[in-house]
Structure formats: C-alpha cells, structure tokens
Design a protein around this ligand. Structure first.
Ligand SMILES: C[S@@+](CC[C@H](N)C(=O)[O-])C[C@H]1O[C@@H](n2cnc3c(N)ncnc32)[C@H](O)[C@@H]1O
Length: 257
C-alpha cells in the first residue's frame, strides 16, 4: 500500500507510522522479528530514506496504473477492495469516476485512514470492517459490486480456491487480482512453511497462510469456471517496482465474457 503524504510533496509519514514510530519486521539475519523505525525521515539515514521514497513512488505508480485500467473499463462502477488497508484502491477509483466504492479489511483502524482520505480528496468511500474467514469461507459484505479487487491478500490465506469462489460470488462484472503466481500451466497450490513469521499460532490447516500462491493454470481455469472468461494481463511497466522483484507477480483483470 503506497504511503500517503500528509504534509509534504515528497512521501512523508504514513497514517500507521504517525501512530507508532516502530514496527516489527522479519529480519532473519538479525535473529527474526525485530523492532525497526519505518518511514521516519528523522530517524533514517538519507540514502535509506531516498530508497524508501523511490520504492513508495514506484508502488504508487503501479497501483495507479491498475486502478486507471479498471476505471477505464468500468466507468461509474462500484468497486470493493477486500483487503483495503488504508483504502488506496477505492479512493483512487472514486477520484477516477467510479462510484459507491468501498474497502473491506479485518482491521478496524483503517477506517480512520479512509476518513482522512475522504476528507482530503472529497471521495465518499465506505468501510466494511470484515475479515474473509477460511472457516466460514466468506465475509459479510452485504451486496455485490461491479468490480472486486484482491491485491496482496491471497498470499495470507490457507484456502485460495474458496477465497476465489468468495470473490466470484460478490463480483458482478470483474475480479482484479494482483499477487504472486506459480509459473506453470499445471494445477498447483504452493505454500511456505506454516507460521514462519510467528505472528499467530494457528492450528492446522489455518497456519498455511504464508505466501500462498496458485499456479497460472489453476487460477485461469478457476476464473473461467466462475464465468470470468476474458482474462487480461496488465503488462509490466518499468515505472513499477523493479522487474527482478516483480517477476513472479501477475496483475490480471478477469472479466465476465
Ligand atoms: C499485504 S496488505 C495488502 C493491502 C492492499 N490490498 C495492497 O495491495 O497493498 C494485507 C492487508 O490485508 C488485510 N487482511 C489480512 N487478512 C485478511 C482477511 N482474512 N480478511 C480481510 N483483510 C485481511 C490486512 O489487515 C492488511 O490490511
């Protein structure tokens, strides 16, 4: 999620960083989870800050291109982002003319950030404080949306096919997916070791929620079976995050044929 500038034309403290000066990062070379200052210009060396600002700008350029393509194809449509974090996708979608947009996230504090963005930009994005549950295989979102976005979220879930079915059930016209995918036409699901980051201690099988990936073949076949027969890949641009890092990722707009 790109960091939002609060006070300066260059990227400044994000909402979360403004709330707390440190967060835990997984740094195996330093023994696992360690507290580090993030996105605090006053606490980072200039060269590190410049790198962080550059990465932030590239992430923003990438997400702006994603939303622009969705808004171009579905003008005036309603968009739901099912793991919206601070609401970048739905706010940007409304800025580009989409209407009735909403963000869903399991963490309630993101509503405060979305309200700030609504006030600054004049948008009317709503917030649905729900988490997708692998137990019930759904979330209560109350209605269907023209376009449903799932960006950097499947990687956190143990049941990618049921999650896809949930997305399909609430998408009238299209599902936009961004995340890593296994480079194979076979039907495969890949997981990392369970609970590698030790954030949770989930029982089997829910601990398999780290870097969950579908193969290209399984994703495409699943989308087709749900009626999304027109799958368009947004091709990589060199203004996005570096090509070497981006390589395993896919940005796919899956539209009802
Ligand atoms: C890696 S961030 C991705 C945020 C954003 N979609 C993006 O592309 O930058 C993961 C987000 O998913 C949310 N999240 C994690 N598990 C979730 C779940 N089961 N249901 C809804 N939100 C979830 C987290 O609170 C966090 O805001």
């Amino acid at each position: 999620m790109p960091r939002i500038t609060l006070d300066k034309p260059t990227p400044g403290p994000s909402w979360e960083a403004a709330q707390r000066s440190e967060r835990k990062l997984y740094l195996p070379q330093q023994g696992g989870l360690v507290s580090v200052p993030v996105f605090r210009r006053d606490r980072l060396p200039a060269d590190i800050w410049e790198k962080a600002a550059d990465a932030n700008g590239r992430l923003r350029a990438m997400y702006d291109d994603f939303v622009a393509e969705i808004a171009r194809r579905y003008p005036g449509g309603a968009l739901l982002d099912v793991a919206c974090n601070n609401g970048y996708f739905p706010v940007r979608a409304e800025q580009l003319g989409m209407r009735g947009c909403a963000g869903m996230d399991r963490r309630s504090h993101h509503w405060a950030a979305i309200k700030v963005l609504n006030n600054i930009t004049g948008t009317s994005v709503r917030f649905v404080n729900q988490g997708y549950s692998p137990v019930t295989r759904g979330a209560k979102v109350g209605r269907r949306y023209d376009v449903v976005v799932a960006s950097a979220i499947m990687c956190h879930l143990p049941d990618p096919l049921h999650f896809l079915a949930f997305l399909g059930s609430i998408a009238k016209e299209a599902v936009f997916f961004w995340g890593q995918m296994v480079d194979s036409d076979d039907y495969l699901i890949a997981y990392n070791e369970p609970n590698r980051f030790a954030f949770t201690n989930k029982q089997f099988p829910y601990g398999f929620d780290d870097n969950t990936r579908l193969s290209r073949g399984l994703f495409r076949r699943s989308a087709e079976l749900m009626g999304f027969g027109n799958i368009v890949e947004l091709p990589y641009r060199d203004t996005w995050l570096p090509a070497q890092w981006y390589a395993p990722h896919k940005a796919w707009l899956c539209m009802r044929a």
